[in-house]
Ligand binder design. Structure first.
Ligand SMILES: Cc1cc2nc3c(=O)[nH]c(=O)nc-3n(C[C@H](O)[C@H](O)[C@H](O)COP(=O)(O)O)c2cc1C
Length: 322
């Protein structure tokens, strides 16, 4: 793989990734996760067509900084020409690594034939993939898969994996549930183990990695090259620190109230610096209840934060409860 002037992406047990998280893996959250040990971060999914047509809101999803690196930009779309056009223009703007969303099961996305709906039309999925790889360059694009559309087609990932590797995919990520399953049931890590034996390109594991212990267990059980934290990072962005600590044989990080408060204030600072004040406050009102969920006696704080109307209310809520 020609890494050109860019460092290759790391795919090791010691280099966990932050997953693409629509509404969440924005620049402030990515910077926070990087400070806490995320080795690679993914953007939220971005519509290839929306980007080409300059749709409202698309531009903000591209916010980045030199220290927000390595960064994987995730695109979704069902039309190969838009995928190619978007990737070419984004490359001109300095983006290096791309991921194609073949796993999103939200009807708004699948109705357009994109996301997990691509599993239902493998021919089109491969046209979209060829377009992306052709524009991004061999090895520069990954693909994020589900098992298939539903239980009857739960083997689609095997066809896609082989064909995508043959076409020059740089890596594959598998969230081993069907699209129909959404987030129900259990992620089938056995499929991740099989994927590792099926392809030679790196495999990134996703699915039910809610703690660093889950991450390490998944690596050991599946042989995946690395893991991608999603809901686990939304609950506790220090999951990356815990991951590193566990690899060193240390106990995971268990933040006390003071550490949590400092982390919340840091996230708020990043959010206020890199997004509008209003958007930052709304984000913090939603994320803080997740961060403090496991803290004994956090109910009062959760209620106070959800109700706050400005940053003074926010500070008062933190000061009175943490
Ligand atoms: C709030 C939320 C937003 C997500 N957004 C995306 C997305 O934009 N693109 C994508 O490929 N997957 C997305 N996912 C799926 C995750 O990247 C991940 O594959 C999934 O949550 C399984 O991992 P987990 O069980 O460890 O959370 C999202 C998941 C959640 C919970």
């Amino acid at each position: 793989m020609d890494a050109g002037p860019f460092a290759p992406l790391p795919f090791q047990a010691s280099t966990p990734w932050l997953a693409p998280l629509a509404g969440w893996s924005d620049l402030p959250f990515r910077l926070l996760c990087r400070e806490l040990g995320a080795a690679v971060c993914c953007t939220e999914m971005i519509s290839a067509k929306g980007f080409v047509y300059n749709s409202p809101g698309t531009h903000e999803l591209l916010n980045t900084l030199p220290e927000d690196n390595p960064l994987v930009l995730q695109l979704f779309g069902a039309e190969a020409p838009f995928m190619a056009e978007a990737a070419l223009r984004l490359k001109e703007r300095g983006f290096t690594w791309f991921d194609c969303n073949m796993g999103c099961s939200v009807p708004k996305v699948t109705r357009t034939g994109a996301g997990a709906a691509l599993c239902r039309d493998v021919d089109n999925a491969l046209r979209v993939a060829e377009a992306l790889i052709g524009a991004a360059g061999p090895g520069r694009a990954g693909f994020k898969l589900r098992l298939g559309w539903d239980a009857a087609a739960a083997g689609t990932w095997k066809t896609l994996a082989r064909e995508l590797e043959a076409r020059g995919a740089g890596w594959l990520t598998l969230h081993p549930r069907t699209a129909r399953q959404g987030f129900t049931g259990q992620a089938d890590w056995q499929a991740l183990r099989e994927l590792k034996t099926l392809v030679r390109i790196p495999v990134v594991a996703s699915g039910d990695l809610l703690s660093a212990e889950d991450g390490l267990r998944c690596l050991a059980e599946t042989g995946a090259d690395t893991v991608m934290y999603a809901r686990g990072a939304l609950r506790d962005p220090a999951i990356f620190t815990s991951h590193a600590r566990l690899l060193q044989g240390l106990a995971p990080s268990r933040p006390d109230a003071a550490t949590l408060k400092a982390r919340i204030l840091r996230h708020a600072e990043l959010a206020r610096t890199y997004s509008s004040d209003r958007a930052a406050l709304l984000k913090m009102r939603t994320i803080v209840p997740r961060y403090v969920h496991d803290l004994p006696g956090s109910r009062a704080l959760r209620l106070a934060v959800i109700a706050c109307r400005n940053w003074d209310d926010f500070s008062r809520a933190l000061d009175s409860c943490l």
